[in-house]
Design a protein around this ligand. Structure first.
Ligand code: ADP
Length: 302
């Protein structure tokens, strides 16, 4: 396991950002999800070795997160959400400079810069001033600089944000390629859940500083059955009874509801309660649960 942490706590003064987070992540691409303020950036900063936890500990790539941070940073690449460019440079100078900052000798950094720029499809524009780059090219350049020093683990923070569909699919293909062919562990933080679903098999969901769920996406999606129903009538009492049976209900459009049904409850109960409350179920189908449904389920829909 390349990331194993136990019972991590971290506070900024009085603000508790992480409370008892434990992770044991498999190889490959892992999605890191959570609403704003959930603690994702704090967790990434701890895993990168920029912050030290108040309590708890663990290992990243086998190195202790409390006292081996320089080693972790040598083997970790980071693609930030915000632009991180140095004005006036071209892509080769920028990428090789970052390689040198990670400890590579100049010549090796230059050679690797050409290789990674070729890999992300920027070979023809590699000598152009990077301020003239489109947002898709800038994003690919940020991706390239994250692995110029041949890291074993890459953190990608909102890698597709602000991209048009073409730019987005180029980055997604690179993510899938790098995490499948190159034996690199990739941790992706994103608000675009379909991107996570496409690129990752495993997901970690944080909410209010705590771990809300962690596991294989396909297995987590089976936590509850999801039904879609159209109902007519006075729905208040019906919905209250469903909630009392530990099922979560979300109105998506007027009269159309998503119902997350716990597996240990008998599904027939829905029909019994509907009859009891004189509710007409006009449409009742089992839906394919998406990652967005799972997210809404574990983080809360209100
Ligand atoms: P996320 O990346 O999921 O949006 P963060 O890790 O940035 O979450 O934030 C977790 C909590 O810590 C939030 O309540 C946030 O307001 C707080 N926080 C983050 N950074 C700081 C900081 N530098 N000083 C004080 N509070 C912070």
């Amino acid at each position: 396991m390349s990331i194993e942490i136990k019972d991590i706590h971290f506070s900024y003064g009085k603000v508790k950002a992480l409370e008892g987070v434990s992770l044991d992540l498999p190889q490959g691409a892992v999605g890191l999800l959570g609403p704003n303020g959930a603690g994702k950036s704090t967790l990434i900063r701890i895993l990168l070795g920029f912050l030290s936890p108040d309590k708890g500990g663990g290992r990243v790539l086998g190195y202790n997160i409390k006292d081996e941070q320089p080693k972790i940073r040598r083997y970790v690449g980071y693609m930030p959400e915000d632009d991180c460019f140095i004005p006036g440079l071209d892509a080769v100078s920028f990428t090789s400079y970052l390689g040198e900052l990670s400890g590579m000798p100049r010549q090796e950094a230059m050679k690797r810069a050409h290789e990674v720029l070729y890999y992300v499809g920027l070979e023809e524009s590699r000598y152009r001033n990077l301020e003239t780059y489109s947002s898709g090219m800038k994003q690919r350049l940020k991706f390239a600089q994250a692995f110029v020093h041949d890291p074993k683990l890459i953190f990608l923070d909102e890698p597709t944000s602000g991209l048009d569909p073409n730019g987005r699919s180029e980055i997604l293909e690179l993510i899938m390629d790098i995490s499948s062919k190159k034996d690199i562990q990739v941790l992706i933080s994103s608000h675009i859940l379909p991107d996570i679903e496409l690129t990752c098999k495993y997901v970690v969901i944080l909410n209010k500083g705590k771990l809300a769920a962690q596991g294989n996406i396909s297995e987590l999606k089976e936590i509850r059955d999801l039904y879609e129903m159209k109902i007519k009538g006075e729905v208040g009492g019906f919905l209250r009874k469903l909630k009392a049976m530990k099922c979560k209900v979300e109105e998506t459009e007027e009269g159309i509801f998503k119902v997350y049904w716990p597996p240990d409850q008998d599904r027939q109960e829905i029909f019994r309660v509907a009859a009891e409350e004189k509710i007409q179920l006009r449409h009742f189908v089992k839906s394919e649960t998406s990652l967005e449904d799972l997210f809404a389920e574990v983080v809360g829909v209100d």
